[in-house]
Write a protein that binds this ligand. Structure first.
Ligand SMILES: [Zn+2]
Length: 140
């Protein structure tokens, strides 16, 4: 299904990584050399790198294309894995998830928004033709 090349790196337990490789790279987000260098620099900085440091991707990490559903899926999978490993701040992954949801709606031609519009139209029709009032939102 997913023809994207797999990450060539080996995990700490010696098994192949299997994650989708970054576009134009032979490693995934997690095994990107850019990321490794940043982590090493962070460790070298010493005790100041505590849990309070916001775990984010390095500033020079390559931009993800995020043009297709497969791209979004790969980004979310990487973000979930990084978050579970404590390598991505949950606030960052939360924001990424929120933005990804908006991106998915845009990619899908905003199907959900169309459904909401149709429901709104149906509700308005009910209200004008049958005197039906929607409760709870103060609009009467
Ligand atoms: Zn990997």
């Amino acid at each position: 299904m997913d023809a994207r090349p797999r990450c060539q790196a080996t995990k700490a337990d010696g098994t192949p990584c299997q994650a989708a490789a970054l576009p134009g790279r032979d490693t995934c987000l997690f095994h990107s050399p850019d990321r490794k260098a940043t982590c090493a620099a962070g460790r070298k900085a010493g005790g100041r790198t505590s849990r309070r440091v916001t775990a984010v991707l390095p500033k020079d990490a390559p931009d993800l294309p995020l043009a297709t559903m497969a791209d979004v899926r790969a980004m979310l999978a990487a973000a979930i894995n990084l978050t579970l490993k404590g390598r991505l701040d949950p606030r960052v992954s939360n924001a990424a998830g929120y933005l990804a949801a908006a991106l998915v709606r845009a990619i899908q031609g905003d199907e959900l928004a169309k459904w909401v519009e149709a429901l709104e139209a149906a509700a308005n029709w009910m209200q004008t033709t049958h005197g039906y009032h929607r409760g709870g939102n103060g609009r009467r």
